[in-house]
Design a protein around this ligand. Sequence first.
Ligand SMILES: Nc1ncnc2c1ncn2[C@@H]1O[C@H](COP(=O)(O)OP(=O)(O)O)[C@@H](O)[C@H]1O
Ligand SMILES: [Mg+2]
Length: 222
Amino acid sequence: MSDAVIELDSVVKRYQSGEEVIEALKGVDFSADLGEMVTIIGPSGSGKSTMLNMIGLLDTPTEGVVRHDGRDVSQFSGDELTEERRSSIGFVFQDFHLLPMLTATENVELPSMWDTSVDRRDRAVDLLERVGLGDRLDHTPKQLSGGQQQRVAIARALINEPDVVLADEPTGNLDQDTGETILEELTRLKEDENVAIVAVTHDDQMLEYTDRTVEIVDGVIQ
Ligand SMILES: Nc1ncnc2c1ncn2[C@@H]1O[C@H](COP(=O)(O)OP(=O)(O)O)[C@@H](O)[C@H]1O
Ligand SMILES: [Mg+2]
């Protein structure tokens, strides 16, 4: 048995695009452990986002197996997949994906709205304090800088205490210095929360922070 919190085993993903079939992943094996940051690099169109979508249960493989904590998720019902995604995965995107009319605290609370326990707001505030935004709780996204917005997004990704945080180009819209503080934040949270972080990047700066790098070219891990 492996300790991997997530695993892709011989995953093939084909997209039908009109008459054409695009094989975006050609038998990909991948895994990540708790407390580890793995960075996926590769040219545009090589299959990086498709890999994250498989790991994050946003889409299903054409062939092969996706495992969370050793469990084959292809056996899960739609409801079980939604629940697994909600409880185990946090997402961070290049363009932050915050809701403009909600405050920082409300944005962080949002993925936990289904949860009836009373301490959602406390946890949101705690997470915002931990990413250095304790004095920005009631600010809306447009009252925050890009780096601050990404820190809100990181706090939001952690609200449901996930095992895995998936980050697609998390520093892509940030300047070098801000990108660096975000990477420091992710590294610190990885250790504090003992999550696996799987990040996709073009940013060489990120490779200084990662524990392991995986390269994909044309749907094949190198
Ligand atoms: N929904 C889709 N339908 C058809 N083709 C897609 C779809 N999503 C991705 N692709 C194709 O799959 C390949 C891999 O895409 P992607 O995973 O987005 O690459 P990357 O993130 O590395 O730039 C590309 O050729 C892309 O055009
Ligand atoms: Mg992509």
